[in-house]
Write a protein that binds this ligand. Structure first.
Ligand code: ADP
Ligand code: MG
Length: 585
């Protein structure tokens, strides 16, 4: 646990000149806390006059002075909050802008790997946590630091003996919990954080697995690791609570027992007669000591928020530390669309083995090729490397003889349309969703694309046609229908290279034929790479590449590979069997 890290140091790079304003806010907060104690002096004066029975008519004036000072203190606190809020909003804006700018430079693959949901959470939640910290926690901490100083003055200025006596229970209280603070506490907190993280990770796995659990009639108990994580946390919490019970009870008792000390003091000092001064001071201390108790309790519970914000800033920094795509500076234009992969090796960051090793293949312009092979063979990785989701670890990929690292990113994106297995639509109108591919496209162009993508039956059943909002009430599109709309997007984009990664996998039988037809239409006159597990869809490809363990083990047309009696042939026979088996059943 990084309790030691000072969040302000971490925030320094985002301050952008607002550090002085924030400092002013903290000082104002501290002064306001000190000012809030002055009325207690006024109370002491009132008590003195009342006990002496003199100048009683000045009491209202003193009272109003106290009220005035109190209002001044509040006003000052409001000003403090204004300063820290302005600073906090600014820091948040700087963080978000920097994150967004940086995210745009990151390789597309990052969004897959880190999960765009996770990135969104950092952009939203972590920057919000920082905002709370700077706007509220920092001034509160200044108040917490100033209060003991003001209290010490209030306690010792009038009768230092009674003042010291009131502090004895507080000191005793802190002795009780002293053993719990320090390194031991930090270790416990670290355990706590890890245990919480384990529960949340396993929880996500559990929710993901619910469909499997339900269809196989299992219960939550089949999630051994989730159970273990919960048990582990329960054990820790019980143990920790038990260990903390006695010291905390002693602590709370001691700091709430200031009155006991005061009463004992009153008996002691009043044993030979009670002077008006003793009455005055006793009354005064009885009024102010609860302040001490409240301040000390707050102190004992602080610290946790610090850890939260450090964690939040580190998440932001983690994203900012990710390497953007390297920019070679030289910008070349490919003259044709031949794709060539030269001895490419790729290893995912933090992976133990290569996803691709020494892969070479060539896809001439206009060819329709297919990648097939077992799951994990490297099909998606190869396709994504061609679209430069990541940069190759070794080797190179060229389009039209130009290394894709030398092609301007926007230019490369113009060349390639990528259709994924689960392409999500945005919560906008259908027309806007299609138009993402070409923002200035007219309604007619959008319509044309939708027509080519076999979407007309979808449009016809929607209340407002192409202007229907996706996700609005009653507009439910099936996976296959959504897929056809994303194909319309690819039509509108009209890129010369098309990559389809298991794009028909989720289509329901009703949709499959239309999706298939849409793809055939889309593929006309284009260079196409198709990844498919239904081998029937790849039979007509100009070349089929069998990828296994990151290398190409076979290549050729369907006929060639069938006569060769190799990997593809046995895969195909397996596939035929499974299809027939389904039909037979
Ligand atoms: P395919 O598409 O043929 O099923 P992939 O290209 O997805 O295979 O995966 C190839 C290899 O790379 C597999 O061993 C897989 O575990 C690994 N891999 C895929 N994506 C990632 C990732 N984001 N991080 C680490 N390893 C990955
Ligand atoms: Mg894949």
């Amino acid at each position: 646990m990084k309790v030691k890290v000072n969040p302000l140091k971490l925030l320094a790079t985002y301050m952008d000149g607002y550090d002085n304003l924030i400092l002013l806010g903290r000082i104002l907060a501290a002064v306001s806390a000190l000012l809030a104690m002055v009325p207690y002096y006024e109370i002491w004066k009132i008590l003195r006059l009342a006990i002496a029975g003199e100048n009683l008519d000045t009491i209202p004036t003193i009272g109003w002075t106290a009220v005035g000072i109190m209002l001044g203190s509040m006003l000052m606190y409001v000003m403090a909050l204004m300063c820290t809020h302005i600073g906090a909003f600014h820091i948040q804006a700087v963080m978000r802008t920097r994150l967004m700018e940086h995210i745009l430079t990151l390789p597309l693959g990052v969004f897959d790997e880190e999960g765009s949901g996770k990135i969104r959470r950092v952009v939203n939640d972590s920057t919000a946590a920082t905002e709370t910290y700077v706007a509220h926690i920092l001034p509160d901490k200044a108040v917490a630091a100033a209060t003991p100083i003001g209290l010490a003055v209030l306690m010792l200025a009038f009768d230092w003996k009674i003042g010291l006596l009131s502090m004895v229970p507080i000191i005793i209280g802190f002795c009780f919990i002293a053993g719990m603070m320090g390194p031991k506490m930090q270790e416990s907190m670290k355990y706590y954080q890890n245990a919480m993280e384990a529960i949340s990770n396993e929880g996500v796995e559990y929710v993901r697995g619910i469909p499997v659990v339900k269809t196989f009639g299992q219960t939550v108990h089949s999630f051994k690791r989730f159970g273990a994580a919960i048990d582990d946390f329960t054990g820790w919490a019980t143990n920790y609570t038990t260990k903390m019970t006695a010291p905390m009870v002693r602590f709370m008792t001691a700091i709430n027992a200031v009155f006991v000390a005061l009463i004992a003091g009153a008996y002691f000092w009043g044993r030979n007669g009670v002077s008006p001064e003793l009455v005055l001071n006793m009354m005064y201390y009885i009024i102010i000591t609860p302040l001490l108790t409240v301040a000390m309790t707050k102190l004992a519970y602080s610290g946790e928020q610090e850890m939260t914000v450090v964690d939040a800033i580190e998440r932001v920094n983690h994203i900012l530390d990710m390497e953007p795509l390297a920019d070679a500076g030289t910008k070349a234009m490919p003259t044709n669309h031949d794709i060539a992969i030269h001895q490419v090796t790729y290893r995912y960051p933090n992976a133990k083995k290569n996803a691709l090793s020494n892969l070479s293949l060539e896809i001439p312009e206009g060819a329709h090729v297919a990648f097939v092979g077992p799951s994990g063979g490297g099909k998606s990785t190869t396709a994504q490397l061609i679209a430069r989701f990541f940069d190759v670890t070794e080797g190179s990929i060229t389009i039209g003889g130009v290394d894709i690292r030398d092609i301007r990113e926007s230019e490369l994106m113009e060349q390639i349309s990528f259709v994924f297995q689960d392409s999500r639509l945005l919560k906008r109108s259908i027309a806007d969703n299609v138009r993402l591919a070409k923002p200035d496209a007219s309604d007619e162009e959008v319509m044309e694309a939708l027509k080519k993508a076999q979407c007309m039956d979808i449009i016809e059943k929607l209340p407002e046609g192409i202007h229907t909002q996706i996700g609005a009430k009653g507009t439910y599109l099936s996976g296959g229908e959504q897929q056809r709309i994303t194909i319309a997007r690819a039509f509108l984009k009209n890129a010369p290279i098309i990559i389809l990664d298991e794009a028909t996998a989720f289509a329901d039988p009703d949709n499959e034929a239309s999706v298939q037809r849409a793809f055939e239409e889309l593929a006309k006159d284009k260079t196409v790479i198709m990844i498919a597990h239904r081998l029937s869809t790849v039979e007509n490809s100009d070349c089929i590449y069998v990828l296994e363990q990151g290398t190409c083990v076979e290549a050729g047309t369907h006929e060639e590979l069938m006569t060769a009696q190799g990997r593809y042939c046995s895969m195909y026979e397996e596939y035929q069997k499974s299809v027939q088996w389904k039909v037979g059943a």
